[in-house]
Design a protein around this ligand. Structure first.
Ligand code: HMG
Ligand code: MG
Length: 303
């Protein structure tokens, strides 16, 4: 891929659905993933092997993985919080996906709410999980949550993000996605945070993951691009939210990112069909009984 190729990691089927209260049928999740791959997306987060007591919506992930139509060249990563999650993934069939994501945080307060352990304990727990997955040939992606602000402890120091990102790379993560979980960040904070993290992690290994609570997500995407980041997480129809970040809204909408990057000096990886994404955004929001918050989605539908 050329230096200006931007990779999109679609997180709608995981981040987008995990916070929904009503139970979403497996068929709907399968159809969402299949539609997204047929729209040209090459990395689609398919679900999580987390505790169903903590996040009930992700309970059916192994069934989802076994029922989707897996297209060649498309990755379908799943979140794994601990050894038990990895055991469940392996038990359901090691060939269902080739990628897991482990997810740490920049603050103990968020880590304890999300994983029931401190940051240090979570990293100690993730290290053998990453090793076991890599031994079986899986790619491992890392997340750092609350990279700008924490819903429980306020402003987050960029040094804390840097330290956790560095450890995730040392554990073998091919990439670390930096999450503004709360969706409060502004572009200049994103730039400053990335400058600090880059002291330890090359920018080629960083991704941006922006929630849009304050409407700054697309601006933050461009701040990250200006800092050299070339992987952006997004969610079709702007779905999403974290159960442990009260009040936070969805991720930046995939349609909005694609609209803003097409016909620009950046090149999108693969052959992404914006109009198909717009239709998917409308369809899934209707299934969920939600308003479509994608601005490009609304504008292009109205045309
Ligand atoms: P715990 O309660 O401390 O776990 O939770 P435990 O080890 O004490 O086990 C308690 C029970 O859960 C036991 O069952 C275990 O077997 C079971 P019981 O004996 O009571 O019947 N259990 C599991 N079941 C299925 N799969 C598992 C699993 N592990 C234990 N993997 C735990 C610790 C990590 C499990 C819990 O805190 C958890 O599942 N957390 C996940 C939370 C989550 O999914 N959050 C959302 C994703 S992160 C996110 O959205 C942020 C991101 O988008 C980036 C950003 O925006 O910042 C990625
Ligand atoms: Mg998120």
């Amino acid at each position: 891929a050329s230096a200006d190729t931007v990779r999109i990691v679609e997180v709608g089927p995981r981040d987008g659905l995990q916070n929904e209260k009503g139970i979403i049928p497996v068929e709907t999740k399968v159809e969402l993933i299949n539609r997204l791959s047929s729209a040209g997306l090459r990395t689609i987060e398919a679900g999580s092997f987390v505790s169903p007591k903590w996040v009930p919506q992700m309970a059916g992930t192994s069934e989802v993985l076994s029922r989707i139509k897996q297209l060649p060249g498309v990755h379908y990563p799943v979140l794994v919080p601990n050894q038990k999650g990895l055991d469940n993934l392996f038990a359901s069939s090691a060939s269902l996906t080739d990628e897991i994501a482990i997810f740490a945080a920049a603050t103990d307060e968020f880590s304890t709410a999300n994983l029931n352990v401190t940051v240090r304990e979570s990293l100690e727990r993730f290290a053998p999980v990453a090793r076991a997955a890599r031994d079986k040939g899986y790619r491992v992606r890392g997340y750092v949550s609350v990279v700008i602000a924490c819903p429980y402890s306020g402003a987050v120091k960029p040094e804390s993000v840097r330290n956790v990102a560095k450890e995730l790379v040392e554990m073998g993560c091919y990439e670390v996605s930096l999450g503004d979980t709360v969706g409060m960040g502004i572009p200049h904070q994103v730039s400053a945070m990335l400058e600090e993290v880059q002291k330890d992690v090359p920018v080629q290994r960083l991704a941006g993951h922006f929630h849009d609570t304050y409407g700054t997500a697309i601006a933050n995407v461009f701040a990250a691009l200006a800092s050299g980041v070339r992987t952006i997480d997004s969610s079709v129809g702007g779905l999403g939210g974290c159960p442990y970040s009260p009040g936070a809204t969805g991720n930046v909408a995939t349609e909005d990112v694609v609209y803003a990057l097409q016909n620009s000096p950046y090149k999108l990886e693969g052959d992404i069909d914006l109009q198909k994404l717009v239709e998917i955004g409308w369809w899934i929001n209707k299934e969920l009984g939600r308003d479509n918050v994608s601005r490009a989605g609304r504008a292009l539908r109205a045309k």
